[in-house]
Design a protein around this ligand. Structure first.
Ligand code: GMT
Length: 380
């Protein structure tokens, strides 16, 4: 198949999933064309069967906001026509699903039907998409897609609850590439971070409000009062400054390290004992899955689809959103019991295996095939 992929090229989960999916499809012999405004972060070097088309937005004094949607639609039309794509897969509804609809309509005037698959990732439904500034367009463009997937059962339910959806939404979970995410020996590195053998807690995110980054610090404060420990804060975003300020106020300057955006997350996860994810809402929680694949248990909130990934009392613990005290108690319980921690590590890996890329990728291929077959019927 020749597949176009539209996504955000940044560090967010939707861009990561879109890129890893494209690379996986290319390894299985499909021709994959990424159409984005910048090279996706995980598309770092040359791959067979992978092409990259950059969307160029023209700057002009009249434009207060560069018309990205128009530029993207034009680029999609161009790539579909000249690369002869079979199907377009857009990740994150805003604005990609609406732009795909526009491209599809343009191509139709030229006698070509472009089947479009939209994958809903989370905040495009629960936070931003739900906002009245976007909702009518989000609803319309989901209904106009030829196929729609959601990354968890919870996100599917949210989509059906928040919008008037006239079509089937298929759940295809986030996935993990075990060739990359696995526990590796980084003991030399561990000695630098925790020279006295302290426990290492970790949080990775884009530091947006929905992540409740300050809760991570408040949980860690309680943990390190009971257990010698260090905290790694990986990623960057609007809440980082507040989190750093809170650390200074709580006197945690030496115990917490803000590492910023990191590419080799798996090398850092390899030295960690516990992942903290207290998000307000999380459609799936890809970062938690990456940790579990590296045998790191998770203490998280129960927001959104997190209970589908992190199993309470098995791979970690779940608490109500904002219940910092309970999350801290769970973390202390786990980190002070070697046998329990070891068992949770094993359980976390076993649960992560359910989301192995090799199992999930064929679901996408089958779904594409289904959409293509229905599209042929539509043309006829
Ligand atoms: O909000 C983010 O953290 C980024 C966002 C995205 O779309 O880039 O992540 C969402 O998509 C991920 C991949 O499907 C999910 O694993 C994340 O849970 C989801 N984030 C939220 O729902 C907050």
């Amino acid at each position: 198949m020749k597949i176009g992929i539209v996504c955000y090229p940044t560090y967010g989960g939707s861009g990561v999933i879109a890129t890893e999916l494209g690379l996986g499809l290319a390894r299985r012999g499909h021709e994959v064309h990424f159409i984005t405004y910048r090279r996706p972060v995980r598309l770092s070097h040359f791959h067979e069967n992978v092409f990259y088309h950059e969307v160029d937005t023209e700057d002009y004094p009249l434009f207060e906001y560069p018309p990205y949607d128009t530029a993207l639609a034009s680029k999609i039309v161009d790539v579909v026509k000249y690369q002869n794509l079979d199907l377009l897969h857009v990740h994150y509804a805003i604005p990609h699903a609406a732009v795909a609809y526009m491209a599809k309509k343009i191509l139709l005037t030229q006698g070509r039907y472009l089947p479009v698959v939209t994958t809903l990732h989370g905040t495009d439904i629960t936070l931003v998409g739900n906002n009245s500034a976007f909702a009518p367009v989000v609803e319309f463009s989901i209904n106009k897609s030829d196929g729609v997937t959601a990354v968890s059962q919870n996100l599917k339910e949210d989509t059906l609850r928040l919008f008037d959806i006239q079509r089937e939404v298929k759940v295809i979970y986030n996935f993990i590439d075990f060739d990359r995410f696995k526990k590796v020996n980084k003991d030399h590195f561990k000695k630098i971070i925790a020279p006295e053998g302290e426990r290492i807690l970790v949080h990775t995110s884009n530091f947006r409000r929905v992540k409740r980054v300050e809760d991570v610090i408040l949980i860690f404060k309680q943990v390190q009062e009971k257990i010698p420990s260090k905290l790694l804060m990986i990623g960057d975003g609007p809440e980082r400054q507040n989190a750093e300020r809170l650390c200074r106020e709580l006197g945690l300057g030496n115990e917490v390290r803000f590492l910023g955006k990191q590419d080799a997350i798996e090398e850092l996860l390899a030295i960690c004992d516990l992942f903290i994810m207290p998000s307000e809402s999380e459609s799936f929680g890809l970062a938690a899955l990456e940790a579990m694949a590296c045998e790191v248990p998770v203490v998280s909130s129960n927001g959104g689809g997190l209970p589908e990934v992190n199993i309470h009392g098995v791979t970690g613990f779940l608490s109500e959103v904002g219940d910092v005290d309970e999350m801290a108690q769970y973390a202390i319980q786990l980190l002070s019991d070697d046998a329990m921690l070891q068992q949770f590590r094993i359980n976390a890996l076993a649960q992560a295996k359910r989301f192995d890329l090799d199992n999930i990728l064929p679901d996408y291929e089958a779904f594409y095939q289904e959409v293509l077959e229905k599209s042929i019927i539509k043309i006829e």
